[in-house]
Design a protein around this ligand. Structure first.
Ligand code: ZN
Ligand code: ZN
Length: 375
């Protein structure tokens, strides 16, 4: 295959180009190199073909993702020794989110590798792999947590239904003992060519063979359990460890627990979106906690010690004499423990002074006496 060229370079667009950018670049180049305009010009003809191939990949989100991940054109299984233009890094989604190393050990017993955590950022793409069977789809699910579960961390079991690897054929789609033969649909090339009508006239396109998923080979007898697809619907239960400090909007990534790839392709990942219930007692903002506490006029005037309920139990807060209503007190490190850290946020207590509207006879006399005293 001659598809060693980078489709982004061919269309002259950056790796993060939008669909619109790609469409625009493609139109411009395709018009420029269209065979009708360049009759007999071999160079233009080759260029036109190249542009269409590049567009074929970049205009299809699945193919584009496949290329971004593998550095290979879908269906490109020919040797590409050093041809990978992305070799050595170059994460096209670079910059978004942040990875946290959970250190492995602690979660080993859960059977899942809990790879990263990030808040609202973009997903970091997973490791590059060589061209081969397609990777399975990533999956996304939502989990609701109680306030305390999010603050203190917990373990949860998620049950998801997904396309999982067929256990009878171990994903290769072949009946046990069956031979693997050359795909008759694509004659072993792994791709199908077609003439397509486009706004520029007829265009030859190629796409991975449906029959063999681009492998060029198929089993002689297909697995009866999965009809040769290598996967089938299954219910999977995934245990996940929720770290302390997650909040609504946090996403957890469980590597390799998404859908199985067709015909033995690598699994996608599972993304778990977190929603946290509100607490009746605590208002949370990031890692900080906010509460209010009412004190009486004499308490504010004379000073006092009041009990405050915190995430970590009740403590006594000293209110100095002459405290005005609305004053904030900071309980340092009484907030939420930060993700993957021993640091905590703070707990802010807003103290308000309650002005009585109904007074007992005794209180009435005392306030009147006070009033006289002040004159
Ligand atoms: Zn099977
Ligand atoms: Zn085929």
């Amino acid at each position: 295959m001659a598809n060693q060229k980078n489709p982004y370079e061919i269309l002259g667009v950056p790796k993060n180009a939008s669909e619109q950018d790609i469409k625009r670049a493609y139109r411009k180049l395709a018009l420029e190199h269209h065979p009708d305009k360049n009759k007999g010009n071999k160079e233009s003809e080759a260029k036109f073909k190249e542009i269409n191939e590049a567009n074929e990949v970049l205009s299809d989100s699945k193919k584009r993702a496949y290329y971004d991940q593998t550095g290979a054109m879908p269906g490109d299984h020919g040797g590409h020794g050093g041809g990978n233009p992305f070799a050595g890094g170059g994460n096209p989604f670079g910059g978004g989110g942040f990875d946290v190393d959970f250190g492995g050990g602690g979660f080993g017993d859960l059977g899942d590798v809990f790879e990263s955590f990030f808040n609202g950022g973009q997903r970091a793409s997973s490791k590059r792999k060589k061209a081969g069977p397609y990777r399975g789809n990533d999956m996304e699910t939502t989990i609701k947590l109680k306030f305390d579960e999010a603050v203190f961390g917990t373990e949860k079991e998620l049950v998801i239904t997904k396309l999982d690897r067929c256990e009878k054929c171990n994903g290769n789609g072949a009946e046990p003992e069956s031979k693997i033969i050359t795909c008759k649909t694509c004659n072993g090339t792994g791709e199908l060519r077609a003439i397509r009508q486009t706004m520029f006239g007829q265009v030859a396109t190629q796409r991975p063979c449906d029959m063999c998923e681009g492998r060029g080979k198929v089993p002689e007898r297909t697995c009866t359990h999965c009809q040769g697809t290598g996967r089938h619907k299954k219910t999977d239960s995934v245990k996940i460890k929720i770290p302390t400090g997650v909040d609504t909007g946090s996403t957890l990534k469980v590597t390799g627990r998404g859908e199985a790839g067709p015909l033995g392709g690598e699994n996608g990942d599972l993304y778990v979106q977190i929603i946290v219930e509100k607490s009746k007692e605590f208002l949370r903002d990031g890692y900080d906690i906010y509460t209010e506490k009412e004190i009486s006029v004499p308490q504010a005037v004379l000073g006092c010690e009041i009990p405050i309920k915190t995430l970590y139990g009740e403590i006594k807060l000293r209110i100095p004499s002459g405290t005005p209503s609305g004053k904030m007190f900071k309980l340092k490190d009484y907030g939420v423990q930060k993700i993957n850290s021993s640091d905590r946020g703070d707990h802010m207590v807003k103290v308000t002074v309650a002005i009585p509207s109904k007074l007992s006879r005794k209180e009435q006399e005392l306030y009147e006496a006070l009033l006289k005293e002040k004159k």
